[in-house]
Design a protein around this ligand. Structure first.
Ligand SMILES: Nc1ncnc2c1ncn2[C@@H]1O[C@H](COP(=O)(O)OP(=O)(O)OP(=O)(O)O)[C@@H](O)[C@H]1O
Ligand SMILES: [Mg+2]
Length: 310
């Protein structure tokens, strides 16, 4: 449906997107995952024809959308990272405005507004000004306006950043329904691994303007099929303990966070004894320890040596 080849964008000397190739098939739910500054928003702005690329092509059903944007635009809904609503207007008025921009009017417009408000769960609050909404409600209306023209493809740029868990779950569930029940093709941008794991059939992992891995969740996790992660919770972290862990045979990577350490180790390594010995030597108190099967977060860590949310 959409095919992106060797897409790149420079802002003066800054390379925001270096080389991105990806595709979207009809009905798929695809994740674009990457840390802050990876180039996600720049990539989707180019796919949405809002930003001209420095190099590369975007094709929709074989046609170059950079030359013929009018083919793609009407069937595309874009939910921007920044909330783009008229704050002093109500949800109803915002939706009516954006619906009219897309040429919908009369009863069709009214029906579409009510149907979409129902979908985002804000029917009761539709007459209130957007400025009185919570962050999560604004996000939901931001999505609603992108759905007013019944797009076939929905591109969402980090739609759940900075909102409460309840709104977040609501949005995730909604996107899943749109994809599974209505057959909407979804490109979902996020730096939350769990969201992409829940929602998406296929994932692209992006870092420093490039796609560094892609595939189904299973394919990506199989990168780590020979490794597993050991989580160690400690009372307080200590560089001596970290150094001991790093030099331990069988430990491929050590990552530190507030709770303690994550070790990526070769599968089947029996390291628990050694870990406790090192803890004793460094005078560290271990509160909890467990071995877990790899997540996409671990895949990212493995590929880049960094955590996604650094
Ligand atoms: N208009 C611009 N002018 C100059 N540099 C830009 C511009 N837009 C983006 N960049 C730079 O390009 C890089 C990629 O930015 P982009 O917004 O695409 O990343 P992102 O993956 O969406 O990050 P985030 O998760 O923070 O939204 C960043 O280093 C950013 O500073
Ligand atoms: Mg962004």
């Amino acid at each position: 449906m959409i095919e992106v080849k060797n897409l790149g964008k420079n802002f003066k000397k800054k390379i925001a997107v270096d080389d991105v190739s990806m595709y979207l098939d009809e009905g798929e739910s695809v994740g674009l995952l990457g840390p802050n500054g990876a180039g996600k928003s720049t990539t989707i702005s180019m796919i949405s024809t809002l930003l001209p690329p420095t190099k590369g092509t975007v094709k929709y059903n074989g046609k170059n959308v950079l030359k013929e944007p009018e083919e793609l635009r009407p069937i595309l809904g874009v939910v921007p990272q920044e909330i783009a609503l008229y704050e002093e207007l109500s949800a109803y008025e915002n939706m009516s405005f954006f619906g009219k921009v897309y040429g919908i009017s009369g009863k069709k417009l009214e029906d579409k507004i009510q149907e979409t408000l129902d979908l985002v769960g804000l029917k009761e609050r539709q007459k209130d000004a957007v400025e009185t909404y919570s962050g999560g409600m604004k996000r939901r209306i931001n999505i609603a306006v992108a759905l007013m023209h019944d797009p076939e493809i929905l591109i969402m740029d980090e739609p759940t950043v900075g909102i409460d868990p309840q709104s977040r779950n609501y949005i995730l569930e909604m996107v899943r329904k749109l994809n599974r029940e209505r057959g909407l093709t979804v490109l979902y941008t996020s730096h939350y691994m769990e969201e992409v794991e829940k929602l998406c059939d296929r994932v692209y992992i992006m870092d420093h303007g490039q796609i560094i891995a892609s595939g189904t969740k299973e394919e990506l996790k199989s990168i780590l099929s020979n490794e597993e992660t050991i989580q160690i919770q400690v009372e307080e972290t200590k560089s001596e303990f970290r150094d001991l862990l790093s030099s331990q045979e069988g430990v491929n990577q050590v990552l530190e966070d507030e709770a303690g350490y994550n070790l990526i180790v070769s599968k089947g390594e029996q390291l628990l004894g050694e870990i406790f010995d090192h803890a004793k030597q460094a005078n560290i108190k271990i509160i909890g320890i467990h071995v877990k099967t790899p997540t996409l977060e671990d895949v990212f860590l493995h590929l880049t040596g960094r955590k996604l949310r650094d």
